[in-house]
Design a protein around this ligand. Structure first.
Ligand code: SF4
Length: 272
C-alpha cells in the first residue's frame, strides 16, 4: 500500500459529537431548530478553526492551529454504527434539520478515507453517511451538509441531501491552494440549486479575502444569490464587530450576510 494512496476501511462512522436540539447558527437556515452530527477528522488545517478538536491530534497538526492544543484522539473520536447514530438522534428530537458537519463530513461518505489523488468520489461503495442520511430522511428528518468543498459527496448520500453549505477556504486559512481549492467538487456544488456558499472573512485580511471570494465566484460561476459572507470570530465581540464590518460589503457585491448565532449566544461552549 503506497502512503499517498492510503485507504482506511471504516466499518463504522467516526463521530466526534452528536448533540441538539440546538439552533443552526450560520448560513441561510440560521435560527432554525437542528440536530448536529459532527464527524471527526478533516483534510484541511485552518489556523482559526473552531473545531480543531476534530483533527489536531499530533504536535505536527496542532502547530497549524492558532491555539497549538493537541487533543486526544481517543477522547474525540467515537466509532458508531449507522443504527447507533440514528437511535441517538431519534432520542434527541422529533423530525427537524440534521446537520452533518465536522471536521470534513465528506471524507466518510464513501465509507473510507479518500486521498486528494482520488477525486472521482461518486462511488457506489459502502457509503455509511449515505445510509445514515437515507434512514433519517425516511424518518422525516431533513439532511444538511456543511463541507469545505474539497470532496464530492457519495452517490447514495447526495440523493438524500436537502441542502449543502459549502465553505471554500481562502488563503488566510493557512492551507495551500492545492489542498483547499479542488476544481471537481467546486464545479459540482456551484451547479446545484440546493446550495449556499459561505465564505469566512478574517479581520486581519478582509480586503484580500474579499478579492479571493470575487475570484472564486467568477471562476466557478457561482451566482451572488448563493453566496454569504460570514465573519471569523470565537467571541461575541469579534463576531459582532465582523458582522458590522461585512454588512455593506455584502450588499455591494449582491451577497448575503451570515453572523454566527451560536457564538453570539454561547461563545465557545461545546455541543451548541
Ligand atoms: S475545513 Fe472546517 S473543520 Fe476543517 S480545519 Fe477548516 S474550519 Fe476546521
Amino acid at each position: 500500500m503506497s502512503g499517498t494512496h492510503l485507504r482506511l476501511d471504516l466499518p463504522k462512522l467516526r463521530i466526534n459529537e452528536i448533540f441538539g436540539p440546538t439552533l443552526q447558527g450560520e448560513g441561510s437556515f440560521i435560527g432554525q431548530r437542528a440536530l448536529w452530527v459532527r464527524l471527526a477528522i478533516c483534510n484541511l488545517r485552518c489556523g482559526w478553526c473552531d473545531t480543531a478538536y476534530t483533527w489536531a491530534f499530533t504536535e505536527a497538526t496542532a502547530k497549524r492551529h492558532e491555539d497549538k492544543i493537541v487533543y486526544s484522539r481517543e477522547a474525540e473520536i467515537h466509532e458508531m454504527t449507522v443504527m447507533e447514530v440514528r437511535t441517538k438522534l431519534l432520542e434527541l428530537a422529533d423530525p427537524c434539520i440534521v446537520v452533518f458537519s465536522g471536521g470534513e463530513p465528506l471524507l466518510q461518505t464513501g465509507g473510507r478515507l479518500m486521498t486528494r489523488d482520488e477525486p472521482a468520489l461518486f462511488t457506489r461503495a459502502t457509503d455509511l453517511l449515505g445510509e445514515l442520511a437515507h434512514t433519517l430522511e425516511h424518518a422525516g428528518y431533513q439532511i444538511h451538509i456543511e463541507t469545505a468543498g474539497t470532496k464530492l459527496p457519495g452517490f447514495l448520500l447526495h440523493g438524500h441531501v436537502a441542502h449543502y453549505v459549502v465553505s471554500p477556504k481562502l488563503h488566510s486559512s493557512g492551507n495551500t491552494t492545492q489542498t483547499r481549492r479542488v476544481d471537481a467538487p467546486l464545479q459540482f456544488f456551484a451547479g446545484l440549486q440546493n446550495v449556499t456558499f459561505k465564505f469566512v472573512i478574517t479581520k486581519a485580511q478582509i480586503e484580500e479575502d474579499l478579492e479571493e471570494v470575487d475570484l472564486l465566484t467568477d471562476r466557478y460561476e457561482i451566482p451572488p444569490g448563493k453566496v454569504m459572507l460570514m465573519p471569523e470570530g470565537r467571541t461575541r465581540r469579534e463576531v459582532l464587530a465582523g458582522t458590522i464590518r461585512l454588512g455593506q460589503r455584502a450588499i455591494d457585491r449582491g451577497f448575503g450576510l451570515s453572523t454566527r448565532l451560536q457564538t453570539l449566544i454561547w461563545e465557545e461552549e461545546r455541543k451548541r
